[in-house]
Design a protein around this ligand. Structure first.
Ligand code: IPM
Ligand code: MN
Length: 371
């Protein structure tokens, strides 16, 4: 299979984690006889520095012409504490989501037994946690009218949803539930918000088409609590843009490290794959960030291309690395490996170059192979 992949390295640790995914994708291409071509584009603070624009037109064109987009991370502290900044890195990502109509952001949450000790939750709450959040990504308060009055004493962010916007993401969530454990939870605030009442109405109507899926409804404040108290109860969650942003970050801590979680944003055209973590500027360039969120996002990309066996190889490699203690500093403060070494190990696993008994002493930081 030939695929053109747009690569946006982005800000902070984005470049170094994405480079590991490319290593891994190259190994997959070689093992399975595919050809992946990478074309690079700018976005975020990096693009502002180089062009003045957080999303240059060339990047949009590149993404529209590609089969998929692999993206690193966005954001820089120099903009975070300056509410007056007119141009912000995040505008690039928001605009790209809108232009590509990436209306569904899919964030799977699962746990790895070897990482249970890192989770703030207790073991008994963690076993068997496996759910996926479908977050609406191109509507709601993120994209509503924004205004500040002339005196700078009042500001407005409008939240709007149409039936069609709700339906298209809800269909995807229902279909996912059909393939999984057949349970869908709509997270909303229907006791207060008009938009949430529309979400309930639309999801209730659609449920007639997915009779085998059990639907329940949960207010977002309660959902925030339930995700921590009893995460096992969830199978597929569907929710609007901002609630999804918040609860998916919350859910990410269950697994033990934010650095592990991947995401896919899909819509009408080419889809985008990115780890859910941010740009982690304190770690940028230090070769210490966890590349697994990005590598697992690349696996989601392969799945999206229909390359199930290839994606499975990556999932296996990641499980192997985690269960053998080949982890970055966020996971083990004392015995850890660099970002690029983890990338090398995942690549070596995929290329069947890992001996059955691994001598950990052979794996020096930054050494390219353990053989
Ligand atoms: C995310 C991020 C973005 C969002 C930011 C960077 C605009 O937090 O992808 O979750 O809020 O959607
Ligand atoms: Mn977020």
């Amino acid at each position: 299979m030939n695929k053109n992949i747009a690569v946006i390295l982005g800000d902070g640790i984005g470049p170094e984690v994405t480079q590991q995914s490319i290593k891994v994708l190259d190994a997959i291409a070689q093992q399975f006889g595919h050809q992946f071509t990478y074309n690079y584009g700018l976005m975020g603070a990096d693009a502002i520095d180089k062009t003045g624009n957080p999303l240059p037109d060339e990047t949009v064109k590149l993404c529209l012409e590609s089969d998929a987009i692999l993206f690193g991370a966005i954001g820089h502290p120099k903009y975070d504490n300056d509410p007056t900044a007119k141009v912000r890195p995040e505008q690039g990502l928001l605009k790209l989501r809108k232009v590509l109509q990436l209306f569904a952001n899919i964030r799977p949450v699962s746990t790895y037994p070897s990482l249970h000790h890192l989770s703030p939750l207790k073991n008994k709450q963690l076993e068997g946690v496996d759910f996926v959040i479908y977050r609406e990504l191109t509507g709601g308060i993120y994209f509503g009218k924004k205004e500040t009055n002339a005196e700078q004493t009042q500001a407005i962010d409008e939240c709007t949803y149409t039936k069609e916007e709700i339906e298209r993401v809800a269909h995807l969530a229902f279909q996912s539930a059909q393939r999984r454990r057949k349970k869908l939870t709509l997270v909303d605030k229907a006791n207060v918000l008009e938009t949430s009442r529309l979400w309930r109405k639309v999801v209730q109507e659609l449920s007639g088409q997915y009779k085998e899926v059990a639907v329940d409804y949960m207010f977002v404040d309660n959902a925030a609590m339930q995700i921590i108290l009893n995460p096992k109860q969830f199978d597929v969650i569907v929710t609007e843009n901002m609630f999804g942003d918040i609860i998916s970050d919350e859910a990410s801590v269950i697994s033990g490290s934010l650095g592990l979680l991947p995401s896919a944003s899909i819509g009408t055209g080419s889809a985008l794959f990115e780890p859910i973590h941010g740009s982690y500027p304190q770690a940028a360039g230090k070769d210490i960030a966890n590349p697994l969120g990005s590598i697992l996002s690349a696996a989601m990309m392969l799945d999206h291309f229909g390359l199930k066996e290839e994606a499975l190889q990556i999932y296996k490699a990641v499980e192997w690395a985690l269960s053998n203690g080949f982890v970055t500093k966020d996971i083990d403060q004392i015995n850890n490996y660099s970002t690029s070494t983890i990338g090398d190990l995942i690549r070596d696993f995929i290329e069947n170059r890992i001996p059955s008994v691994v001598n950990k002493n052979n794996i020096a930081i930054s050494k390219s192979t353990i053989i």
